[in-house]
Design a protein around this ligand. Structure first.
Ligand code: G1P
Length: 304
């Protein structure tokens, strides 16, 4: 019988250099996508998947993330006094219970593998979910929910994957697809940021994992890999020698909120999916597109 996946790790120590100056004083995970911070999307996905303990690997200048998940007594009290019951109820619904969050610091920027290793004492000896907070998703079925279902059937380790442009495989971890297994497939190869033309497929690791705790011992000894960082994918490759790995092919959209274009795309996509905003936004967007099309098209400009 597989142990249940109860804990999730969120590596939130990254500096967010691609989003400067926005991230000079504000953690990138706290930037707003439509009506809530990026981190909320990922925590909600984990909660929907049955996660009960949320482990944040933070760094210097990330204290506001801890505040965000704490009770804000004065605010709650003021909202109650002003009769803003629906706003208060929404905040309370999102509020982790006492003891459901843990925070630990990655003291040096040594890469994703090192960030995950920093959570070893809090995770302990059980399988855990890992969600990279930059990657937020839209789809009928939340990625981690489906991954937990697959895990319940197969055990082992599960990685979320999606297709990318074959010209972009050098930007990601890439897996090779073996035989079908449940609602996923056995992973036969894995490589972090393969050189162009050498990738085993265009299935990229989309930032969602369920891993067995044996990964921590491998991470402890892991040498630096791509980008001179301790790479999670390299340690997963070693774990794969002893344990099965399965891929779950997520069919929705993923936005990389750590990049300016991904962040803007996420805002547009989630705004267009937002009940209260979509109807107002649609004509504005259409007009903006028409106006910029006109400005960009010399023939049209001449005709006008
Ligand atoms: C990390 C992982 C990579 C994965 C990617 C998804 O890379 O190492 O395997 O495909 O996240 O965003 P990073 O974006 O930290 O370079």
């Amino acid at each position: 019988m597989n142990k249940r996946v109860r804990k999730a790790v969120f590596p939130v120590a990254g500096l967010g250099t691609r989003l400067l100056p926005a991230t000079k004083a504000i953690p990138k995970e706290m930037l707003t996508v439509v009506d809530k911070p990026v981190i909320d999307y990922v925590v909600e996905e984990a909660r929907e998947a049955g996660i009960e303990h949320f482990i944040f690997v933070t760094g210097r200048n990330k204290g506001v993330i801890e505040d965000h998940f704490d009770v804000q007594f004065e605010l709650y009290d003021t909202l109650a006094q002003r009769g803003k019951d629906d706003v208060l109820a929404d905040l309370q619904r999102r509020q982790p219970l006492p003891g459901q969050t843990s925070f630990t610091r990655q003291q040096a920027p040594l890469g994703l593998g090192h960030a995950v290793w920093c959570a070893r004492e809090i995770v302990g000896d059980e399988p855990f979910a890992l969600l990279l907070p930059d990657m937020i998703m839209q789809g009928d079925k939340p990625c981690m929910v489906e991954m937990v279902k697959l895990f319940e059937r197969t055990g082992g380790n599960i990685i979320g994957v999606q297709e990318c442009d074959p010209a972009e495989t050098h930007k990601y971890g890439i897996v090779g697809q073996g035989a079908a297994a449940g609602n996923g497939f056995a992973i036969d190869r894995m490589v972090e940021k393969p050189k162009q033309g050498t990738a085993p497929s265009n299935l990229y690791i989309n930032g969602r994992y369920i891993l067995q705790p044996q990964i921590f011992d491998l991470l402890a000894d892991q040498e630096r890999g791509a980008g001179n960082e301790i790479q999670l994918t390299d340690a997963m490759l070693k774990l794969k020698a002893n344990q099965p790995f399965y891929g779950y092919h997520f069919r929705g959209e993923t936005y990389d909120c750590g990049s300016p274009e991904g962040f803007v795309e996420a805002n547009l996509a989630f705004a267009l999916a937002h009940k209260g905003l979509a109807a107002k936004l649609r004509p504005t967007l259409q007009k903006l597109l028409e106006d910029t099309d006109q400005a960009d098209t010399p023939r049209r400009k001449a005709a006008g």
